[in-house]
Ligand binder design. Sequence first.
Ligand code: NDP
Length: 492
Amino acid sequence: MGVEPTIESYGMRIGGADVLHDKYLDTVNPYTGQTWARVPDGDASHVDAAVKAARDAFETEPWSMMTATQRGHLLRKLGDIVARDAEAFARMETADNGKLYREMLGQWRYLPEYFYYFAGMADKLAGSVLASDRQNFHLYTRQEPVGVVGAITAWNSPGMLLIMKLAAGLAAGCTFVVKPSEYTPISTIELAKRADEAGFPPGVFNVVTGGGVVGAALVNHPGIDKIAFTGGTETGKRIAASAAANLTRVSLELGGKSPNIVFEDADLDVAVNGAIAGIFGASGQSCSAGSRLLLQDSIHDRFLEKLIQQTRTIRLGDPMDAETQMGPIANEPQYRKVLSSIEMAKHEGARLVEGGEAVTDIGSYFVKPTIFTDVTNDMRIAQEEVFGPILSVIRFKTEEEAVAIANDTRFGLAAAVWTKNVHRAHRVSAKLRAGTVWINAYRVVSYMAPFGGFGESGLGRENGPDAMREFTETKTVFVELSGQPRDPFKLG
Ligand code: NDP
């Protein structure tokens, strides 16, 4: 007889306290298929309470009077606590979304750097003194926190997607109400508890869990000054439309159909490795997945052969096992979507050369790494985000054709160029309509590097020097110097 797994129950975090509710949501481990934790299925009343807590914290002491340097100290402390607890966070993420434990551990060991980087930036954020064309006026600007931020995050890397928003926003002086994905809420709740431990005042970082109503209640709430969202493009559009009613600021980090372009002069073995990382890393559940592989005609067949060979060696299995290279799809709806995308591609006439089916004997929600060739860029499999381990291979002849195919998409999140020709590398990078371009690499991110999309891949940028601008408003101050009355009926 099997032992019943222990199911942990969590509360939401509102105003620094655990908040329970009589309705609960199960959170299921996608590898075992078993419920391992429960969170409250919150509603609009919880959003109200959390927004009030965040507003109170924003407007009152100690947060409102804290210096930027003091905020930096708190962020550094939170970074230290996350570093201390990286293994525990990695374990809960793997239990929640099925990503490889070693990838999650690497991620959580890296995430403290976001706190340290933005801690350092907190007291470097300054307005400027401007030259003034108005006589007797001193003119300067201030960068002030935008206010209460509603953050809605996705299930593929819940901690990282949140910290990309949180570190910059807290450094700027904002307060937060976070709505994690209903599939992966645990690390967000635990992070909010660690923020209390670090000494953030109650109400600065609130978490409302739930599914179906919480997101919309947050976006429509008049007490929210800005929404920061990561997730699917269609949801992002709905959020932007709802936010427009209150002119709530919005930043969106959405989907992609990123081109991974291999030229005939590339190091093919290295590029094969990059193609694998691009689409089969994290089982393809990455917004910047290299889901369109563009191969130059002259190396198409040779490259494909190497790619298929290497793909066949990918080990699927328990994401906690250090030998596993690909874990399950993160949740049931996504698993179904991936399988139906495979059928769609077949139906459209793409040629299946590898994978193309579920694997049912090792755990829940496994899909074989899948490669389609003879894909044309007008097919839905080349235009729609799958968010799974499905690669579309597209053939091109010339550099111009490669650029045209790469840019023939509504998305523009990322792209990669594989070539040893330095002129071509930079020439093509400049022509690609994408927020990030990798040259001879794939799937590299940094807290120092701005991240975001062109086109329908989003609005705004996270990470890097400009990220705090997303969480601030610019205020202009005119200071009259003469003390004399001015003509009240004349502008300026
Ligand atoms: P979504 O990207 O659609 O986002 C779901 C989240 O958005 C939930 O937290 C939900 O909250 C909230 N939400 C939904 N509708 C609204 C609304 N009208 N107003 C405010 N909030 C809203 O995630 P899915 O899991 O449904 O994934 C769908 C597709 O998105 C995937 O197949 C994949 O292609 C893509 N995706 C992209 C990601 C990326 O990183 N770019 C990450 C994850 C998914 P509530 O439940 O309360 O409504």
